[in-house]
Design a protein around this ligand. Structure first.
Ligand SMILES: Nc1ncnc2c1ncn2[C@@H]1O[C@H](COP(=O)(O)OP(=O)(O)OP(=O)(O)O)[C@@H](O)[C@H]1O
Ligand SMILES: [Mg+2]
Length: 197
């Protein structure tokens, strides 16, 4: 085969693989409408999700630190929450090329359950931080990122009536914090809790 034809075929193969990734992500994105909510133990879902990434973390010199609060129950689609944790964890791993620490913590207050995923990676510049949740925004090479991971995460959290925030310090690391409604809240919305005079 002529050299030029070989080069062209390689390019076509790369583009096809890249397109496959985009289609896969878009399908995940569009599947959000059919969600199947149930009461889930968040710590258990996190453990299941990161089991598949643990070997990769060890290989890449990344220490996983779990800081869980017991009994965190949320009403959510476990498959979608798994997707959220996986996407955020993969981003964190990709940001720690020279190893580091991945801290996953859960806590709750009367209104919300809070899940945070923190890394000690490259961080995100102030110029890029507002773009992180935008579809197709990526700083990664073709083949490593499509820029859809965080859009999928954002969509899933919105559909669960939650919220997601990012804070980052370039050179130090990044924290993604997710709030979901606390279904075990002691404060009943219809009960008057204020002071009576
Ligand atoms: N933990 C992180 N540390 C540093 N930068 C991050 C982190 N998470 C996201 N980013 C930045 O936000 C961009 C968008 O992330 P997003 O997950 O949406 O897409 P991606 O990782 O580039 O591609 P993919 O579609 O494969 O997830 C990344 O390219 C990266 O620049
Ligand atoms: Mg990603």
């Amino acid at each position: 085969m002529p050299d030029q034809a070989k080069k062209d075929l390689d390019k076509i193969e790369d583009c096809v693989i890249y397109s496959r990734e985009i289609i896969k992500k878009l399908m995940e994105f569009s599947r959000q409408s059919s969600m199947c909510k149930e009461e889930i133990n968040l710590n258990r879902v996190i453990d299941n999700s990161i089991t598949f990434l643990e070997a990769r973390c060890i290989k890449e010199g990344i220490k996983i630190v779990r800081q869980y609060t017991e009994n965190i129950i949320v009403s959510a689609d476990p498959t979608q929450i798994n997707q959220v944790i996986t996407n955020l964890t993969i981003n964190a791993i990709q940001a720690m090329k020279n190893g580091g620490k991945l801290i996953i913590s859960t806590r709750k207050n009367s209104k919300n359950v809070i899940l945070s995923i923190e890394d000690t990676g490259t961080g995100i510049s102030s110029e890029n931080i507002s773009k992180t949740f935008m579809p197709f925004f990526t700083t990664k090479d073709v083949g490593e990122g499509t820029g859809l991971g965080l859009s999928v995460v954002y969509g899933i959290i919105q559909n669960h009536n939650g919220d997601i925030k990012v804070s980052s310090e370039p050179g130090k690391g990044t924290i993604f914090e997710i709030c979901l409604p606390n279904i075990c809240s002691n404060v009943h919305p219809n009960v008057y809790q204020g002071e009576r005079t």
